[in-house]
Design a binder for this molecule. Structure first.
Ligand code: AKB
Length: 344
């Protein structure tokens, strides 16, 4: 069987690196990568071609490629996006729009659906106060879509753009012979945690940052209160979810946007877990009002029953398995051997 051509944008990011490794392990893909930065050595041999530079200006180069699947991961994350809102909008919205137009064009011209996988976020939700957040509990996809951040607004709008290009593009669905449209699918991810890479620019970063600092014996001042609760997930589960959604037959999917969940934890509970594994960890709390506000606007947890029903999503790592079998053993190895940067 011939290889599938895959584009991974944002390949140097946390999800990007893990995804490229998984696609290469699985086999059967010709992986083209794109990012502002050069590829890290760990994934360089896995990419058949790397396009380096600003995606918004680079998309035109991709019109000659016959991609079967696009994983569009490039984004400016929530905390960074609040500092440079216009630039975040350009990267998050303009970059996505350009790639969706490419996927729509190629699907129609060559009568072959290009699959477009998009990582959305719990940032697409928004609560005005803690009472509303607590009362909402585990939110369903169509509720509380009132983001408080530029990043959340960008993600929610791009979900709508994806729906537009995959269903209505130019109202051509009403033509006597509607064209082939692209196949857009999105996952609203919780805070993701990898034992192998460090996040930057996000607001859920306090979870992984705290643990990576503890493992290295460095002090850490957490920028949210101990009672702050949102949902988190191990990176291998996030990658598994992207691949499961990519593989799901279109006719089984009633929606284009799906929540996925694995465990919900407070910052105080993160600290306890870090202390159990690294008893001398020095973790204090110094809430930053703006970043605290972002976390307070995000749901405590999400309802992922739709993904479980339609494409059989189920995380491998619950909270105990995450700490005991993935994160703590891997991170102990990593910082014992600081040069080790291997597969998830
Ligand atoms: C962020 O903190 O911006 C991301 C997210 C939750 O989407 N990790």
């Amino acid at each position: 069987m011939s290889e599938k051509a895959v584009l991974v944008t944002g390949a140097c990011g946390e999800i990007g690196q893990a995804l490229v490794q998984h696609l290469a392990q699985r086999g059967g893909f010709r992986i083209v990568t794109a990012d502002l930065a050069a590829l890290p050595e760990t994934i360089r041999p896995l990419s058949s071609e790397h396009v380096q530079g600003d995606l918004v200006n680079k998309v035109k180069t991709f019109y000659d490629y016959d991609f079967d699947i696009i994983f569009h991961l490039a984004a400016s994350l929530s905390s960074k996006a609040e500092i440079s809102t216009e630039e975040a909008h350009r990267i998050n919205v303009e970059g996505t729009m350009q790639l969706l137009m490419l996927a729509a064009y190629r699907s129609e011209k060559y009568k072959k659906q290009v699959k477009f996988l998009f990582p959305s976020s719990i940032a697409a939700y928004g609560f005005d106060n803690l009472e509303a957040k607590h009362a909402a509990g585990r939110v369903k996809e169509e509720t509380c879509n009132t983001p408080h951040t530029m990043y959340g607004c960008n993600k929610l709008y791009c979900e709508k753009l994806g729906m537009y290009y995959s269903r209505y593009n130019g109202q051509r669905h009403l033509d006597p012979q509607p064209p082939v449209m692209c196949d857009f699918r999105a996952i609203r991810f919780p805070g993701l945690i990898s034992a192998f890479t460090l996040p930057s620019g996000g607001t859920s970063d306090y979870g992984p940052d705290m643990l990576h600092a503890a493992a290295q014996g460095q002090p850490y001042a957490c920028f949210v209160r101990p009672d702050s609760r949102i949902s988190f997930m191990a990176m291998p589960d996030a990658i598994q979810a992207l691949l499961m959604l990519a593989d799901a037959p279109r006719e089984k999917l009633s929606h284009v946007v799906y929540n996925i969940a694995s465990f919900s934890l407070t910052a105080g509970e993160f600290r306890q877990r870090a202390l159990q594994a690294f008893p001398s960890a020095q973790i204090t709390f110094q809430p930053n009002p703006r970043r605290q506000g972002i976390v307070d606007s995000w749901p405590e947890d999400v309802d992922d029953s739709l993904a479980r029903l339609e494409w059989h999503w189920k995380p491998v790592y619950d909270v105990d398995k995450f700490f005991d079998e993935y994160f703590i053993p891997e991170i102990k190895k990593r910082y014992r051997h600081p040069n080790r940067r291997t597969n998830e």
